[in-house]
Design a protein around this ligand. Structure first.
Ligand code: SF4
Length: 262
């Protein structure tokens, strides 16, 4: 698996890949904090109401994909769902066929990950899974990511891909729960690569744009940002994990930490 040079000041998906590939407009997970949804609404490609209806852009599946200079992230503005698993397998095949390595980013569904692991068993060296898991509490995940898988299912997917010999990693971005030790303890045994920790960016404005302006969401946003920006919490988190070779800090969070430790 090729690696991205993340020693430079680069942000967002470029911290992980040189190219992102998607073939669906919308995402049924309908995460409250979703960046892609807020951009879709801003540029009038989507509305808050229709984002969770997934529309396949079939032309993307027949395009020839060139060889890129580093890992390709798939997907970045939707997820791999059972409803479109066949097309996701086609897209992954297309990416790999050109000699690319692929970073598969997902809030994973067990049916989908099982099928991908079975289908691409000859390509383990070119595939790195990165499962998004921001809390070990399924109730917390259900609130922020209403239609995505539970913690238990995501953990099952991580175990399965690990036990089948794939390279595995986790994105705790956005971190949704301050009980980070519990999360890392449960996941780290099944991670061969890295665990990324990051904060939600522009949380309040994005959730409002995304149609979640109700008082419960606003209260939870404020609460999350309170502990996520609490200097004591950040300092303790960084001190505890700074020498852990598995842990990586997303750029946005690292900037906050660097200000603290100057
Ligand atoms: S899984 Fe990703 S693309 Fe889909 S709604 Fe959630 S944040 Fe947006």
């Amino acid at each position: 698996m090729e690696k991205c040079d993340n020693t430079k000041s680069i942000y967002g998906t470029y911290e992980w890949s040189v190219k992102t590939i998607n073939f669906i407009a919308g995402c049924k997970n309908n995460c409250r904090y979703c960046y892609a949804k807020s951009m879709g609404i801003r540029y009038k490609r989507n509305t808050a109401g229709n984002w969770s209806t997934e529309v396949v852009r079939s032309n993307e599946l027949t395009k020839r994909i060139p060889k890129f200079s580093g890992p390709v992230m798939f997907p970045s503005t939707h997820d791999i769902t059972p409803e479109h698993l066949t097309e996701s397998i086609t897209m992954l095949g297309n990416i790999l066929k050109s000699g690319n390595s692929v970073l598969i980013v997902s809030k994973p569904n067990l049916e989908c990950i099982t099928k991908i692991c079975e289908t691409f068993s000859e390509n383990k060296a070119e595939i790195l899974f990165r499962f998004t898991i921001g809390s070990s509490d399924s109730n917390v995940l259900k609130f922020w990511e209403p239609n995505a898988s539970s913690f238990e299912e995501r953990l099952e997917c991580l175990k399965l891909s690990y036990e089948m010999g794939y390279q595995t990693s986790v994105s705790c971005e956005p971190l949704l729960d301050k009980n980070v030790d519990e999360l890392i303890n449960q996941l780290s045994h099944y991670v061969t690569d890295t665990i990324w920790i990051g904060k939600p960016n522009l949380l309040l404005s994005r959730t409002r744009v995304n149609g979640f302006g109700d008082s419960e969401t606003i209260e939870k946003c404020n609460d999350l940002m309170r502990w996520m920006t609490d200097p004591k919490f950040l300092y303790n988190l960084y001190s505890k994990y700074k020498d852990n070779s598995m842990i990586r800090w997303k750029h946005s969070l690292l900037s906050d930490i660097q200000k603290l430790i100057k």
